[in-house]
Design a protein around this ligand. Sequence first.
Ligand code: KG4
Ligand code: ZN
Length: 349
Amino acid sequence: MAYILGIETSCDETAAAVYDTNTKRILSSQLHSQVELHEIYGGVVPEVASRSHIEKIHEIVTAALDEANLAIEDINAVAVTSTPGLAGSLLVGFSFAKALAYACKIPLIRVNHLQGHIFSAYLTADGYYEQVLPYPHVCLSASGGHTALYIVENAGIYHPLGNTLDDAVGEAFDKIAKLLELGYPGGPLIEKRAEKAGYKDYFSYSRTKKKKGCYDFSFSGLKTAIFYDMVRRGYAHPTTQALTSSCTDEVKDMIASSMLVCVGDILSRMLEQVLADIGSLKGFSFVGGVACNRYLRKRLQEVCDKRKIPFTISQQRFCTDNAAMIALVGAHKYLEKLFAPLDSDIFAD
Ligand code: KG4
Ligand code: ZN
């Protein structure tokens, strides 16, 4: 039996959680979101993010221990996100975890943030680890930092099938929301407006053509296409990018809706293609911040229903960055004794 403390500070969330390998359950999950700090800039400012992590990390780790009803002496290992992420942000959690491991004489475990997202699909609403999908299955991990497809062979082995070549899908939502002066983060704001406009495709933005056998994504073209279409229709100024008076609230709803339908088409076509090309895949999971989107969930669910394969989405609270998924991967590595030396660094897993 072991209690694993998980720590996550790769971007703009300071998070800590405790996982119990005996009951296979997350005992606590605490999080401080920095959204308010970055909102005025329309995106994450790395220096602001790392300073905030320093201020919050001790409080959040203490809160996670309290919620789990444990003392630091009860913890058997500390698992921490080591890559990928913002260097200054990663360093805060990583240094904190190393100090804890050294002081408490417990193993340090490095966790890849993306593996964390893959594992987030296996946590139930009340935090139990349940392997709901048969292997091998395909996972779409979509957030502000990445859009990637993986074949998951088993709990420890996963292979990337495709990646984002430029902007991640969440980043595209954030950038278009910024252009439309909606706020940050863009995904939920675009979703709300798209719902108001009935999830219809008003402007038919061009879809990138997919090369056979290639599962990479590109979303920067969509962002440019939306901007030039707005300029052409007189909704945005070509050089300053400022919105014109004809870009009314209703027009913004229509742009948001057209964008979301376009992303829905891109993702569902990609999934259809992968499932057609690789017949051995027995299920699909959708994870990462963008998996909060109800319209996209529905579109991808439809693809799986057609193919009669099981479909799993991370629980809402485990979709966006959190430490529960880091503690869970940490527990798997703990059982395999995959420990990291105390002189190890970030950007390795
Ligand atoms: O996984 P996450 O918390 O952090 C990263 O690792 O990036 O994902 C954050 C991203 C942001 O880009 C945000 O706009 C997007 O997830 N997001 C959404 C929704 N909720 C969050 N995108 C689309 N629809 C949503 N409902
Ligand atoms: Zn993430």
